[in-house]
Design a protein around this ligand. Sequence first.
Ligand code: MLT
Length: 249
Amino acid sequence: MKVNVILSPNNVDDLYFTGKTTVVIDVLRATSVILKALDAGAKEVIPVGSIDFAMKISVNSHGGQTLLCGERNTQMIEGFDLGNSPSEYTEESVSGKSIILFTTNGSKAIVKAKYSDKVFIASFNNLSKIAEHLVKLGNDVEIISSGASGIFCLEDTICAGALVKLMMEKTSDIKVTDATNASLILNEKYGSDIKLMMENCEHGQILKANGMDHDIEFCSTINNIPLIPYFSGGEIKLIKDEINESDSK
Ligand code: MLT
């Protein structure tokens, strides 16, 4: 299996993903939020690339079953129901509901990967489960580090490195690219204390300055949500990880 880490979604265009198996990572905070929402019983998460489009599709929703969620520059968007803090995605607020999610980087990176054959969503919260599933599938893998406004970020790249490391523990059949090697090296250097790394990284500093320290705590927790979110037909839902089942992705 060849495993490549894309250090910024801006490095490739949408068609690059055609037919590929792709994993999207935005640990602070979009992909961690997606896991929290689905774990709390949300019916699905619909990632969108613009606020306008989020507004447009929410018009067709009815009966309070759809929530408009996300952030712009870490802050809740006017007229939206929820922001982008994992703590907001409780059973009480999201169970049975469809979540339309716009975020500055993460939701856009997921939408960008839409031509992939398979798209999985990962964060530190589901790392082992995703590694196990990818190794079972045995396909070449592209891992997107969502970054910040098209620029490299440490926390997503380290999460990618941690994911590849786990895959390498499960199989010797992994070929790495230079970018993957760089993410493995960064994980080796900073991965022993994920929370500290997140507190010190650029986006962690912004979250801290906005009083969102508790989000860093949640987003740095490893394997507390062993689920596999899968993006298909515009929606992210959970799949079973039995790859021999007919509905396996
Ligand atoms: C993003 O997509 O850039 C984010 O998840 C930012 C955030 O909510 O902190």
